[in-house]
Ligand binder design. Sequence first.
Ligand code: 13P
Ligand code: SF4
Length: 396
Amino acid sequence: MTTSRPEPQLSPVATLLLGRKSLLDSERGTVCPGDLPPASDPHLVDRARAAKHELGSRVFILGHHYQRDEVIQFADITGDSFRLAQEAAARPEAEWIVFCGVHFMAESADILTGAHQQVILPDLAAGCSMADMAQLEQVEDCWDALAEIGLTDGLVPVTYMNSSADIKAFVGRHDGTVCTSSNARVSMEWAFGRGERILFFPDQHLGRNTAVRELGLSLDDCVLWDPRRPLGGLTADQLRAAKVILWKGHCSVHGRFTLDCVHEVRERVPGVTVLVHPECQYDVVEAADLVGSTEFIINTVRAAPAGAAFAIGTELNLVNRLADAHPDKTVVYLDRTVCFCSTMNRIDLPHLVRVLENLVEGRVINRIEVDPATAADARTALERMLTLTQGPVTGD
Ligand code: 13P
Ligand code: SF4
């Protein structure tokens, strides 16, 4: 006897993860029209080179440090998210900016570039799980709940770059700023100059590490807002006593590093300098020797003398590239279990070739376009960050 089973009902998130649909209230989408060149095509490098040559100065390719080598080789500029935002804003002559990074970065580039320019993300499914942890509706609910207990006067919102354009727009509307891992300190200092309390999202670790380690606040000055619980899972008194309200979000790549990894690598590699990104957990950052953005990590390894040894707590593509670029130094990954950022890794050579060849044919595919009203408010918050931070990247 045969029985028919009903089709399982997929939640919107499951549908998104399976790549069957785009999730419109998510940071990510998955619609990538057209056929991809096969990854096995031995001519992919030549095809990318030829298309880029044909497009000339009409196209400018930005590559985040976490991108694969096969993609980075075609980047006109590589950088961390702050540098790439600056570079996108500084290229008015390029008709097309191809952003090899993730969705929120491409959105920021679209906001900062002129109306005559188009920003392209080679794979629309390259999102960021951290950015998805703060949805606009949740942030608005949080703000309303804080308003009800009288806490929004003197409350300054600061959002990490790793957030969607509508979150940045929210921050722009509420007189706050964007920050990146290379300027979080300056941004939080600026915020404390304007108010007595900060609402920081989506990365609790960057917020906590900056508040405690760089601004001299205590761990008790920070509380954690859980968007899934009433009043963030906190009491009104806890919120009133807090100086920084941290959003319960994190990076799934940097959150993997633990204190045990630090202890283990110190035994394994004598004399090693542990160098981590500030998206790592507080106890890991405290135990590390140095902390800073991806740009800071690169500059630190570059400036070290031959024979130096580093265990690095950031994304694996970058760590592998640093190891290859510095054969006279020891560069190891901080965790024994290696882990790429799966969404950064979605941008591969076939996706890059497809968008470039389409441009050669006169077709713009995978355009990232932020609606004008959202873009205007988000630009306020992004430009505030850019003017606050004119100098070089920070780290200690
Ligand atoms: P930076 O590029 O600011 O170092 O941030 C790292 C990151 O996680 C980007 O997604
Ligand atoms: Fe997002 Fe973390 Fe990947 Fe950066 S490394 S894109 S924060 S998931």
